[in-house]
Design a protein around this ligand. Structure first.
Ligand code: FES
Length: 160
């Protein structure tokens, strides 16, 4: 998810509170649930951040996420879907995908080298009129130009 000011503020409140609490399993689980309520899932980087904010071993949080059935781990922070359908392809969509691949250097599962972004494709995002389109974290980004890509990626990678 894209962090906005409100999200960041709520996360800060959670970290400030749990920083002062004993690091007991139940409390740590409660903290992770509260974070998940805000972020939707527990990405690698949010777990890294939680561990460093409240000064607990990252491996402890990972174990809790692994065993608590209601917690949803996620191997990345953001998801970009590039449209490869005919209308988008005609309007430079494949060039956008090429640049994204070059920039993100995804592995075979589509996860970027820095582990932050999943890059995937779909053959039509059903918004052909605004081609070329990307979908970023489930939000449609219409009429994308290659000049916009660096800024879009920068926003995803910055914490707020
Ligand atoms: S071809 Fe891209 S939205 Fe339809």
């Amino acid at each position: 998810m894209i962090m906005n000011e409100d999200t960041e503020k709520r996360l800060q409140q959670i970290f400030s509170y749990y920083k002062t609490q004993p690091q007991e399993q139940e409390l740590m689980l409660q903290m992770l649930r509260e974070i998940q309520d805000i972020t939707g899932q527990l990405s690698t980087s949010i777990l890294d951040r939680a561990a460093s904010e409240i000064n607990i071993k990252r491996s402890v949080l990972s174990c809790l996420v692994k065993y608590a059935k209601d917690l949803k781990p996620c191997a990345y922070d953001h998801k970009i879907v590039a449209c490869t359908g005919p209308r988008c392809a005609r309007k430079n969509g494949m060039e956008l995908l090429r640049i994204l691949k070059e920039e993100l250097k995804p592995d075979k599962d589509g996860i970027s080298r820095d582990g932050q972004i999943l890059l995937t494709t779909r053959c039509c995002l059903k918004h052909c009129k605004t081609a070329p389109n990307l979908m970023i974290d489930d939000e449609l980004v219409p009429h994308v130009t290659k000049e916009q890509l660096p800024e879009l990626l920068r926003k995803l990678r910055s914490p707020s």
